[in-house]
Design a protein around this ligand. Sequence first.
Ligand code: SAH
Length: 509
Amino acid sequence: MRDTGVGRVYLVGAGPGDPGLLTVRGLQCLREADALVYDRLANDRLLAEARPDAERIYVGKEPDAHTLTQDEICQLLVRLGLEGKTVCRLKGGDPFVFGRGGEEALALLEVGVPFEIVPGVTSAIAAAAYAGIPVTHRGVATSFAAITGHEDPTKGESSIRWDRLATGVDTLVFLMGVGNLPHIVENLVANGRPAGTPVALVRWGTTPKQRVVTGTLADIVERVAAARLKSPALIVVGEVVALREQLKWFDQRPLFGKRVVVTRSREQASALTEKLEALGASVTEAPTIRIEDLADYAEVDSALRQLATYDWVVFTSVNAVQHVRRRLDVLGLDARAFGGVQLCAIGPATGDALRQFGLRPELVPERFVAESVVEAFAEHDLAGKRVLLPRALEARELIPEKLAERGAHVDVVPVYRTVADERSADMLKQLVASGEVDVLTFTASSTVHNFVKLVGEEAAHALPAEVVCASIGPVTSRTAEEYGLTVAVEASEHTIDGLADALAAWQQA
Ligand code: SAH
C-alpha cells in the first residue's frame, strides 16, 4: 500500500455477469488495487481476484434501497484517492453505459485524483448475445441503440424522442426498463413500430440464472407478467430477436440451470467445477473433506528410506503422490529414490501426477475397483514380491487384500488423512434444507462419509427425491448407498471428465 501522495482510481467495467467477460486490463487493475468499490451487478467471483488484504466496499444500488447515493459514491472515491490508494471501482457492464462512470470521473478530475477508464463488455450487447440475439445482422438490422427504460412515464416531457426512435433504429435495447415495459411498448407502437415486431427480455444474462422471455410488441407485456420476470433485464426490440430460435446456445447447454454441489477438497475442486460450468451448471463448491498432514511420519519415512527395496509402489490417488513427493523432499531425497521400482497409478489423474514427478508408471488401471487393479497385475508374478501402498489413513479398499492373495507382501503406509471440512457445514446444511440444489457430486467415498457427517445422518436421509446424487464409480456409489442415498448417475469412466460426461448424458437422456 502506498502511504504518500495521491492514489489512482480505475473505473473498471466488470462485464455483464459471466466472470470470464472481464477484460485482461480490468483483471490487472482488480489484482493491483488497495481498495475495491463495487455494486450489485459485479460478480462475486471477481471479488476473489482482489488481493486478500484489499479493502472491499459494497456500495449497493438495489433497485429500491440505495446503499450509498451517487454523490456519496463519488465522495468515497475522492477520499480513497486522496488517501493515496489505488482504487478499483468495479461497475457492471461498461462504466460509461448507464453506469454513471462519467460523473465519478468528473468528481475525481475536480480534486486532481488521476483516473483511468477500463471499458467493459456491456450487457446491452452481451446479454442479447448470450440469448442468441445479434444486435445487428446483415439484411435484418443495420443499426442499434441502447436506451434507458428508467424514465418516469408520469413526468410528462420525455427526453427520449420516441417519434424518431420507434422507427429510426432497427434494434432497440432498453436497460433498466422492466418496470416500465407497458409504457415502452405503448410509446413504440404509438409512434409507428409494427405490433408484430419481435421482443425479448433477457434477465441476468450471461449468468447461470439467465432467463429469456420472447413475444411481440402485441403480447410481450402479458408474457412477461405470466413469467413473473423481474429486473435486472434487458428489453430487446427488433427483427433480430427472431434469430434466437436458431442461434440460442447458452441456455441450451446440457446442465444449464442445474445447481450442482462439488464436495471435493478445495484444492481439487476446480477441475470438476470448470467442467460442470462449461456444461452450463451453476456450481457451488462445498468441500466436505480437507486433506491433512499426519501427526507422525516415522512409518512413512522409514518406508521411503528403503524405497528401492520394493518391487512395486501402488498409488491410489493424486494426494498419495503429492504427499510422498513432499515427504521425499523433507528427507532430502528425490525421484531417484525409486530406483528400479515398478509403479502402478490408479486412474489417469494419478498417472499424470507421477509423470509430473518425472516417473512413468508401468500400470495405470482405469478403474478404481479392486478387481480391475488385480486384473491389471494379471501379467505380473506377484509371488514373494514387496509392494508399498502409500495412501489415506482411513482408506479401506480391498486392493491390499487382493494383492496379498496373489502372494505379494503388501506394506500399507498412510501418508495423509482426510478430515471433514467443518467450514462447509453451515453452507451444506442450508443448501440441503432449502432444496436449492439439484445435484450432489461425490468423487470418493471420503466425500460421502464427510458429507453425511457435516449435514447429519438425519438430514442426509431426508434428502428430497429430486436431489440427484452423482458418483465417480461403484466404490463411491456403494458408500453412498450404505447411507441410504440413491445414486442416480454413476460415471462409467471413473475420472472427473467421466463424471461430468455422465451428468451431461443423464440430462440429455
Ligand atoms: N453499465 C451497465 C448497465 C447498468 S444499468 C452495462 O453496461 O451493462 C443496469 C441495467 O443493465 C439493468 O437494469 C439491466 O437492464 C441491465 N443489465 C445489467 N446486467 C445485466 C444482465 N446480466 N442481464 C440483463 N440485463 C442486465
